[in-house]
Design a protein around this ligand. Structure first.
Ligand SMILES: [Zn+2]
Length: 335
């Protein structure tokens, strides 16, 4: 990731040595983003910020969420104090294509980590946003998360709606962990079906491979012993037999598909404001949405526990945990 590129970063499942150029670039970019954020984040009075953001909710805003949205669901943040970027290296798209050992290691780790991802469920904050969306109070949701929690709670909210749902789209900026694609023939497979095949291939050992939460990353990647990596059995593409398989997530070295970018732009055009929730916007593709909102002169609000890149563009900056902020806002706009 660099300041000018559009390359999100996922996964620690790499065998990249620390002197690999991609690793150095990655670390330098993280340091520089952290410096910029620390230098430009002005503090704002909590009451001013929270009241201001509740007013933005009257403008049919676009909601943009990041990893901080999912931490209350037990999925750790990349960039928090214990964030995985502090002890991991990026898995690149090139490695998925060309490095068999790295790929094997990735899938071994993902296989173990996925069991935790499946266990995570949406929290009150997800439900609140989903209800706002059902009632047409927001234009839609763009999420940087690949965990599917917004989509899950939206399905529930839409089912519970007494009148017809008016919900806007949920766009997963960096794709989803719910689908696997073959890099050779392009076939796709549902993550659950793929997971069943992996479990069958690893029957007998899978149940013993359990981890504590701290060892699991937001994309389902997990730190596991080398012995597990060696014993792990990978499965092949059902169509062509290749093992060059990758989740349909935008990895380091890959760009966000053009169609998705256009859908986000169209959604932003229909929005009266932008509210960023639980993201430091360290990744360029998310930050670009804030810059675009500013260019279109839409008011911007940010709710995040720590500093966020682009705070100087935000009218309202509320340093708060995500769940309690959303609960407060929901109460505030319903009285
Ligand atoms: Zn294939």
């Amino acid at each position: 990731m660099t300041g000018s590129s559009d390359r999100p970063i996922y996964s620690a499942a790499s065998t990249l040595p620390e002197d690999h150029p991609a690793y150095a670039t990655h670390q330098a970019a993280i340091r520089s983003v952290r410096r910029v954020i620390e230098n430009t984040a002005p503090y704002q009075n909590v009451q001013v910020a929270s009241t201001g953001i509740s007013q933005l909710l009257g403008l049919k805003p676009l909601i943009l969420t990041g990893a901080g949205m999912s931490t209350d669901s037990g999925i750790p943040d990349y960039r928090g104090p214990e964030g995985s970027l502090r002890h991991s290296r990026p898995m690149t798209y090139q490695e998925f294509l060309h490095d068999e050992a790295a790929r094997h290691r990735y899938w071994a780790r993902s296989f173990v980590g996925w069991q935790h991802m499946n266990a995570a469920s949406p929290h009150t904050g997800h439900s609140i946003i989903a209800r706002w969306n059902t009632r047409g109070q927001i234009a839609g949701i763009v999420t940087q998360n690949v965990d599917g929690l917004h989509q899950q709670s939206q399905r529930v909210a839409d089912q519970q709606a007494t009148r017809g749902s008016e919900s806007g789209p949920i766009i997963a900026l960096h794709g989803s962990m719910n689908e696997i694609e073959c890099l050779v023939c392009g076939s796709k497979e549902n993550r659950e079906d793929f997971g069943v095949r992996l479990r069958n291939a690893n029957a007998g050992v899978a149940d013993q491979w359990k981890l504590t939460e701290e060892l699991v990353n937001p994309d389902g990647d997990a730190r596991i012993p080398q012995e597990w990596v060696e014993r792990f059995q990978m499965v092949q593409c059902l169509n062509c037999g290749s093992n060059k398989l990758k989740p349909t997530v935008v990895y380091f070295g890959e760009i966000v598909p053009k169609q998705r970018k256009e859908a986000i732009q169209a959604l932003l055009d229909r929005s009266g404001a932008l509210i960023v929730i639980g993201s430091s916007l360290a990744v360029m593709s998310g930050y670009r949405i804030l810059l675009e909102a500013d260019r279109a002169r839409k008011p911007i609000g940010i709710i995040n526990l720590g500093p966020t890149r682009g705070e100087e563009y935000a009218t309202f900056r509320w340093r708060s945990g995500v769940k309690q902020a959303l609960e407060w806002l929901d109460h505030e706009i319903s009285v």
